[in-house]
Design a protein around this ligand. Structure first.
Ligand code: FAD
Length: 128
């Protein structure tokens, strides 16, 4: 029940944050209009500015400043997110992922089955 649930830990927040970021990039238009590029740029800037873990926020804002995202295409956005995540992985001593392999990244993040009926989605999640 809701009253027994706790706020997310840094790791839980991280997994949720990366899930949202990679999923957005994986489903971005193949060739983005200037309007979509603005949405993506503003989203990344806001995500970085509002991220609830202070240390993570500081590092991520620094990364965005020194590595401005290329957002003309889905491929560019997906690869930028992968490199940004790798920078954190490296800092935390976690394994990195080959960011040149778009197929591999799509297999992990692209198909969210988001249009399935809600109960089926929940069954899928419970089976994981
Ligand atoms: P996560 O790193 O959360 O990864 C989740 C899944 O993403 C993996 O299982 C894998 O399938 C996939 N994945 C891994 N690497 C990549 C990649 N390069 N490209 C695409 N997919 C990939 N934690 C800290 O302790 N200090 C920090 O400074 C910090 N900064 C963060 C900044 C941001 C913006 C975010 C979103 C999170 C940050 N975190 C930080 C949290 C940290 O990155 C992890 O999310 C957390 O440690 C949990 O790690 P995990 O091993 O469960 O997998």
């Amino acid at each position: 029940p809701f009253q027994d649930e706790k706020p997310p830990t840094r790791a839980e927040l991280g997994r949720a944050g990366w899930t949202l970021l990679h999923s957005i990039a994986a489903n971005y238009p193949e060739v983005a209009t200037p309007e979509m590029q603005t949405h993506a740029r503003q989203f990344i800037a806001s995500f970085a500015a509002l991220y609830p873990c202070p240390t993570c926020r500081e590092h991520f804002q620094g990364y965005v400043r020194t590595h401005p995202p290329a957002l003309e295409s889905r491929e560019q956005f997906v690869k930028w997110c992968c490199r940004a995540h790798n920078a954190v992985n490296l800092r935390l001593g976690k394994p990195t992922i080959p960011c040149t392999d778009l197929q591999l990244l799509d297999k992990r993040w692209r198909d969210c089955h988001c249009d399935e009926q809600e109960p089926q989605n929940m069954i899928r999640a419970a089976r994981r």
